[in-house]
Write a protein of this length. Structure first.
Length: 435
């Protein structure tokens, strides 16, 4: 703390910290919600204008083979916060308002808690979706400041969920605020950067856009009830994406005006594939499945002092890798007994290392859908019910040409890889498991 005060005094009113050359990086993670793979310009959007996320791609690196850890909200967020497969903490599916006593265990260490312990200031503005009770909340997991929603979605104007319950929080207190949720998140995030730019910080900006209800900005009279909760059209969706992009721009502008952009690692990604109004091309299917359209997402990283601008990589990456990357960038080691499943992506992003082959596994074990998937190198194995398929994603990202009958040996290998992974996940013995 004394060092912080001393450095702040040196910086005085200057825009740029005098100690930027030797400081640990700031970290900003942007996470969007249910956005389509092709719904920002750098990933192919033509009808949606996203200049600020496109700027991140232009000034950093684009991961075209980036995956969410889960096909729905909660599991991906658990993996992003812990750097570990979500099955290890028992959060394999989305938590609903009826799921009491379920959430991210306090015994599980998050990147926020680890960075806070290393002297970082920490804040989350936006969506948590890792448990309703206080013991599962952001403040219990290393975030000094939280403003946003605990659940999976809420009305963007009334800030109430589908049950009619207020779900907007200032730390652990429910609050009434006027305004469009995306704008409220942006306002808090940029002010927080202004306040903490003279010390290392970790800022997690988790938009609930573009999850339903599909409410465009500038329409405060459009308050939704259960009957209209999921109604919407592509035009409204587009405006929601563009509003989210403008919010990203406000935070990037705060980094610029405080002179810390060069020393800030910025990550942008999405929690799962897009929903019905999204554009997931050239991928097949959408959110809630293990087809590429359900789990492949945009991935961007920018760190001007370390990562060359304008790069694109086919390195296979996952949500949990961003956690491992953040900790490596900050020089922070996870505690004993919390080995990470994610890997540090910086050597590839910096061009110091060629892309490495990854093996990633997914599972849906619901009554209404049972799927398993493995990605190893260019190969994708998917078991949908009792049907097994094999795809070469380097040639067939849309998963249309089943090659299982041509390469039965590869299919068998990936089937065994999946079995080994499932045995390992079972040995983790989480406190609960959503089926």
């Amino acid at each position: 703390m004394e060092r912080r005060k001393f450095l702040a005094a040196l910086a005085g009113g200057c825009a740029a910290p005098l100690w930027s050359q030797s400081r640990r990086p700031n970290v900003v993670i942007f996470l969007t919600d249910d956005m389509g793979y092709a719904d920002i310009g750098s990933f192919g959007a033509t009808e949606i204008k996203t200049p600020h996320t496109d700027r991140l791609a232009r000034e950093g690196i684009k991961f075209t083979h980036c995956y969410s850890n889960g096909p729905v909200c909660t599991p991906t967020r658990a993996a992003l916060m812990t750097g570990r497969y979500q099955q290890r903490v028992g959060l394999e599916w989305a938590i609903t308002p009826k799921d009491k006593g379920i959430g991210l265990p306090v015994r599980e260490t998050t990147i926020a808690a680890m960075l806070k312990g290393a002297g970082y200031r920490t804040a989350l503005f936006g969506k948590w979706h890792l448990g309703w009770e206080r013991e599962f909340g952001p403040n219990a997991h290393g975030f000094e400041e939280f403003f946003g929603l605990l659940g999976g979605n809420h009305d963007f104007y009334s800030h109430r969920n589908i049950e009619g319950t207020l779900d907007l929080w200032e730390n652990t207190v429910a609050v009434e605020r006027s305004g469009y949720t995306t704008d409220l998140i942006a306002e808090r995030a940029e002010k927080w950067v202004d306040q903490h730019a003279r010390e290392p910080f970790f800022l997690y900006v988790a938009f609930n856009a573009v999850h339903w209800p599909f409410q465009a900005p500038g329409r405060p009279e459009d308050v939704r009830q259960r009957a209209t909760w999921t109604a919407g059209n592509r035009a409204d969706y587009i405006r929601m994406v563009e509003s989210m992009d403008q919010a990203v721009g406000r935070v990037l502008a705060a980094l610029d005006r405080n002179g810390v952009a060069r020393d800030t690692l910025v990550i942008f990604t999405n929690d799962n594939g897009g929903e019905r109004l999204s554009d997931n091309r050239p991928l097949f299917h959408h959110k809630g499945t293990l087809w590429e359209g359900g789990i492949r997402v945009p991935g961007l990283m920018r760190w001007p002092s370390r990562i060359p601008a304008g790069k694109t990589t086919e390195q296979v990456a996952a949500s949990m890798d961003f956690a491992a990357t953040v900790l490596a960038a900050a020089g922070v080691q996870p505690p004993a007994g919390r080995a990470l499943d994610g890997i540090d992506l910086l050597p590839v992003a910096e061009g110091k290392k060629s892309p490495i082959e990854r093996t990633l596994c997914w599972r849906i074990n619901r009554d209404e859908r049972k799927q398993r998937a493995v990605r190893k190198g260019k190969w994708k194995y998917i078991r949908d019910g009792s049907i097994e398929l094999l795809f070469d994603l380097s040639k067939d990202p849309g998963e249309r040409d089943n090659l299982g009958y041509r390469h039965p040996e590869i299919l068998a290998q990936l089937r065994e890889t999946l079995a080994v992974w499932e045995r390992e996940m079972a040995s983790s013995k989480p406190p609960f498991l959503l089926q």
